[in-house]
Design a protein. Structure first.
Length: 361
């Protein structure tokens, strides 16, 4: 077994070195990985021009060196394949052909037992043709339901810091035990309200789907300023190299969704791609079940849970209109997102350049 492994490593290294030295741009331009079941993944990719056979390598770390990769599939002439990988931890896949550099990919939603909307921001292409690195920045909802198995999985990712955007009451009601007990820096701030006065809205006689959406939309106009202290701290940590970094709110779609949108914007990811990442929460998070869980409790969550579903729907949704309105407000007030970074978050060009250098390839 040791001899076989050594030969495999040597063959992998030689293959990748040969590919890296071949002039020309890679045919594989984008890729995604979807978990079909434990240890089984479907890889899909797109190509530029006439496609050539694609080889798939796997490693346990993003951007691993050739000697740490294993060839798991080759000669793929289509645009997808199914890979079986029984290794421990999170697999990162490297897809390449004989024309040069390849593309890294991994599953976007982490396979956690108690995770809520826990996603990797890697893999998105920028307008300049670079790619956001996998395994460096994660967005999430509340981490209170994480299990011991989840702790082990997340610890293997090497996350150094968690920025928790939740209010004081939210954190006390659903503590982040993982961040508090593991070797992770845990940033919070004490405040009492987010996205407006929900108690007043819920007691209004005019409560409807329309008034609910209007309230959420107004909340998104305020989020870049309401959460400015939190967002500034997060950006400063990224600039200082405190990565991998994770950030979260309760559902992982509003405060965290805005933070993700700002990060991707700073990295040069096109606006529509950012909107698609924001809207993904609707597909990966079951907010209706979350409300049901709180229905018999006391407090604000229970009040939300008792609102008619059709009225509650705008609150549960990751409506693209919300994040577009956030950007529109910033651009109306400051002229550009870049000006918001400078004027509100007080980030320097050097700090933003540092973030791009660390998170893009």
């Amino acid at each position: 077994m040791k001899t076989f492994r050594l030969h495999t490593v040597m063959a992998t290294a030689v293959t990748l070195l040969a590919l890296a030295s071949t002039p020309g741009s890679a045919t594989v331009s984008q890729a995604e990985a979807v978990r079909l079941s434990a240890g089984t993944y479907e890889l899909r990719w797109t190509t530029q021009g006439e496609g050539k056979p694609v080889s798939v390598f796997v490693g346990s770390q993003p951007n691993a060196s050739p000697s740490d990769l294993t060839l798991v599939s080759q000669g793929n002439k289509g645009t997808q394949t199914v890979i079986k990988h029984a290794g421990q931890g999170r697999p990162y896949f490297y897809l390449t052909d004989a024309d040069g550099k390849g593309v890294w990919t991994a599953e976007r939603v982490l396979p956690l037992e108690g995770g809520k909307n826990f996603r990797d921001l890697g893999g998105y292409r920028t307008a300049s043709g670079q790619t956001v690195k996998w395994g460096k920045v994660f967005r999430s909802g509340s981490m209170a339901q994480l299990t011991e198995a989840d702790y082990a999985y997340l610890n293997r990712l090497g996350i150094k810091v968690v920025c928790d955007f939740r209010t004081t009451d939210e954190r006390q009601g659903e503590p982040n035990t993982w961040a508090k007990t593991q070797n992770v820096a845990y940033w919070t701030r004490d405040y009492s309200m987010s996205l407006g006065d929900w108690g007043q809205l819920l007691s209004s006689k005019d409560l409807s789907a329309g008034t609910m959406k209007a309230a959420i939309t107004e909340g998104y106009r305020q989020l870049p300023y309401e959460q400015a202290a939190a967002y500034r701290d997060m950006f400063l940590r990224l600039a200082a190299g405190e990565i991998p970094l994770a950030f979260n709110c309760s559902a992982g779609k509003d405060r965290a969704g805005t933070a993700a949108a700002l990060i991707l914007s700073a990295l040069g990811v096109p606006r529509e791609t950012i909107v698609e990442d924001y809207a993904l929460s609707d597909k990966v998070a079951n907010f209706g079940a979350e409300m049901t869980r709180h229905r018999e409790e006391n407090g604000l969550f229970a009040a939300f849970a008792k609102v008619p579903p059709e009225v509650l729907a705008p609150l549960m949704a990751s409506d693209p209109d919300y994040i577009r309105e956030m950007f529109a407000t910033i651009e109306k007030r400051h002229g550009s997102v870049e000006a918001y970074f400078a004027e509100v978050l007080q980030l320097t060009d050097g700090q933003l350049a540092s973030i791009r250098a660390q998170l893009l390839e």
